[in-house]
Design a protein around this ligand. Sequence first.
Ligand code: FES
Length: 180
Amino acid sequence: MESASIPIGEVASRAGIPASALRFYEAEGLIHSERSSGGQRRFHREILRRLALIRIAQRVGLTLPEIRDALAKLPASRTPTKADWAQLSRSWRPRLDAQIATLERLRDRLTSCIGCGCLSLQACALYNPSDAAATLGTGPRYLLGNDPGDLAERVPEPPRRPRRPRRPRRRGPGRRAPPR
Ligand code: FES
């Protein structure tokens, strides 16, 4: 790796991330520093790109282990090239596409029934009668990717036969009534 040259305070101020968070990221294995002769953390300038990526990835809902796994694929011994970053972006693409689809559904459906079980809108009676969406899982089913058509694909359970009321037992002619 090229020689590390930026002290932690400068990285924090340029990235807009507190030094305490930088130390946390380092403890979590997301970033690495070198130590100066005085024992202070020094970072290579390339760290700013990693930090930007970490910040944005967290904002779109990726977990720290997901981010760590992706960053671990970048070369540690040299500054990542365009091809390295492209590979990382490909590995996140399905996850990001799913996030984008969820946000688009949120944008488009927030004023209509989202299948959350509240049955509070007039539209709910149409799209989610008797909270039928609950059979597809928990949460706002129509934001999470289901739609009312999925209900039709489910095989309905056969209706249960109502239980007959039990008849009172008849006492035989020789039996006495129990003492009171
Ligand atoms: S919005 Fe909650 S069930 Fe329709």
